[in-house]
Structure formats: C-alpha cells, structure tokens
Design a protein around this ligand. Sequence first.
Ligand SMILES: Nc1ncnc2c1ncn2[C@@H]1O[C@H](COP(=O)(O)OP(=O)(O)OP(=O)(O)O)[C@@H](O)[C@H]1O
Ligand SMILES: [Mg+2]
Length: 368
Amino acid sequence: MHIEQIRLENFRGYARLQWQPDPLINIITGGNAQGKTNLLEAIFFGFTGHSFRTIRDREMIRWGSSFCRVEINFRFGQQENSTAILLTAEGKKQNKRNANTGRAMDPVLLPLVFTPDHLLMIKGSPVIRRRWLDQELGPLQPGYLAYFRRYQQVLAQRNRLLQGMRVNQRTRQELEPWNQQLAAFGAKVIAWRCRLLAELSPIVREIYGQIGGRGEKAGLLYLSSLPLERTTGETEICERFMGELSRRYAEEIARGQTLIGPHRDDLGTTINGQDARRFGSQGQQRTLVLALKLAQLELGRRFAGDYPVVLLDDVFSELDQNRRAQLIEHIRGKTQVFVTTSQSAGIDLASLSGRIITVREHVLHEGG
Ligand SMILES: Nc1ncnc2c1ncn2[C@@H]1O[C@H](COP(=O)(O)OP(=O)(O)OP(=O)(O)O)[C@@H](O)[C@H]1O
Ligand SMILES: [Mg+2]
C-alpha cells in the first residue's frame, strides 16, 4: 500500500500541511526539533488513532489550538482509500474510514514503526520480547490470542491459590486441576511460539544477511523456563510442564507464585552463534532489531496479501553507509517507507536514491 496524500491541521508544530509523498522512498532530513518525528507520528496517528510516543493524546494538538486533524489518502491493492481523524482538546476523537464514521482501521493496514526505543527488543527485559511475540505477531495466527488469554486467566487464578496456600493449610489436590489447565494452555502457547520462530528464523537470517553482510549470521532461540531441549510437540510439552510443576511444588508454595511456563520464557537472539545482547555491537543490535521488525512485515504480508507503510525514525545514525544502503534496497519496491535522519548525522543521503525532503520549522522543502 502507499500514501498518496497527507493533510495535517494543528498537528504538533504543523499549523497546516498538504503533502504528496513519493510512492516508494521518502528520506526526511533537517535539524533537530524541526518536525521530522512529528510527521511520522502524524502518519501513525492517522492510521491507528494513537501516538507511538505518548499516551497523552492531547500533546499532539498544536499549542494554543482546540483540535488537530489528520487526513490520509492511500492506495491498497487497486483500491483508493481514505482515513481521517479529528481530536479535540476535550479529548473527543472521531475517525472516518472511506467517509464512514467510527470505523476502526483493519489491523493489517497499520504502519510498521521503528524508533530508537526498539533497541530494547534486544537489550531490554524479556517482557518486551514476549509482548512482541504475543501481541504483535500473535494476531497473525488465527486462534492464538484466545489460548494466550486463557493461559493468562488460569495463571492469575493459580497464583492467587498459591498465595493463599502460603498462609492457610490446603491440600496439594486443590492445585491439581489448575496444574492441568495451566500445562494444557501453556503447551499450546509454547508450541505456537516455537512454530512462529521456525517460520520467522529463516526470514530474519536472510534479511540480516542482506543488510548486515553475508559474513554475519543471525539466529533466534526459544529460551524456555521448562526443560524442553528440542521438544516442540504439544503433548510432550504438556507432560514436561506437569512434571516440572510437581517437582517445584514446594518452591512455588514458598514463593507464592507460578515459577515456570510461557510467562517466564524468552526469545534469544544470536549473531554468528554469540548472544547478541551481550556481545553484539550497537550497529549489529540495531541491524538485528530491524531484521526482526522487517521479518514481521514479511509475515504480515503472507497473512494479509500486502505490506503496510514503514516508518523508520532515526535508524541511520548507528548504521554504516553500507547497511544504510542495504536497508533502503531491502524495502525498495516492497512498500512505501518514510525514514527520518537529522542533518547533523552528516550522512550522504544522495547515494541512497530516494526522494529527499528537508523539514524546517515544520515546513517541508523538496531536496536536501
Ligand atoms: N503540541 C505541540 N504544538 C506545537 N509544537 C510542538 C508540539 N509538540 C511538539 N512541538 C514542537 O516539535 C518539536 C519536536 O519536533 P520533532 O520531534 O519532530 O523533532 P525532530 O525534527 O524529529 O528532531 P530530532 O532530530 O531532534 O529528532 C519540539 O521542539 C516542539 O517545539
Ligand atoms: Mg526526531
């Protein structure tokens, strides 16, 4: 898909803007605080109805204004589409999709966004990686979210019971039905995640190889809190889960919580066989996160038949000239991309062959 026209009114520093971006590569440059990230945020807001950098909607309304508006005309397949969002200072939000009020956007059309914060996918806590697997990739697999939610419910109830058992004597039998449910839903979640990684791994490896150079090989691992070795069959996972619950019974009672299961698992990443988190350079880690996100894009396309637009905020700064060029080449022709880079980074943008747009005080100028 690609955006044909964007119109903004009172969005952050943009009093008014009407812009027809390039259908393929848009490189948005300019000094600090000129409105580069604000422009990506406006596009994201136009499609999703929220920001990727704040949970306080009102911050997006231009200071001194009572509302902001984002309107986007885009093409998806052969179809002309439009989306419009109006947000008022009182917090009222109205969205229109192809002139129908109140229609939410189809999830497959939501832009893929990448900001410097995404480095946390490598460096941050396992919660971030689990959230990516479950909440961003999960919806691509029909039925998965239902099992995932059931697991979360059983887990919460079992934890409550364990806490209760710490203070008043109850029998081990009371825990038994919860163990069975936990293991059954947990095994489904784990088996699904393993299948997903098996599908994702070759894509990540290929994209990483393309952007980072053939000499480097990226890998993904499912790091489970259960002793799974190479087990990925659901029944077997379920049996091991039950066995492990019984082995760690005393410890769980003492701690008052469930110590094993998919809620304690993690996604490991490697570069040339070494743990990327501990040994990867800043540029390697960034390349790896890009590869993960671009693999997500690829899975989304298999699922939905087309790519959404891609928003890359400040990704160039830690990539060398070769990686920057390869990144652009990877996306070129697949979908439309908007990539920001501050002028101070001193990057030779002309060599990347995309349309260059300079932002100065929230006004766009063609060229570098
Ligand atoms: N609600 C608002 N109303 C008016 N101006 C705003 C509003 N919110 C932010 N701004 C302005 O936008 C500026 C930040 O713009 P933006 O984040 O797009 O910068 P940038 O070009 O991406 O810079 P950098 O290179 O530092 O990332 C702020 O300095 C502020 O002046
Ligand atoms: Mg910025």
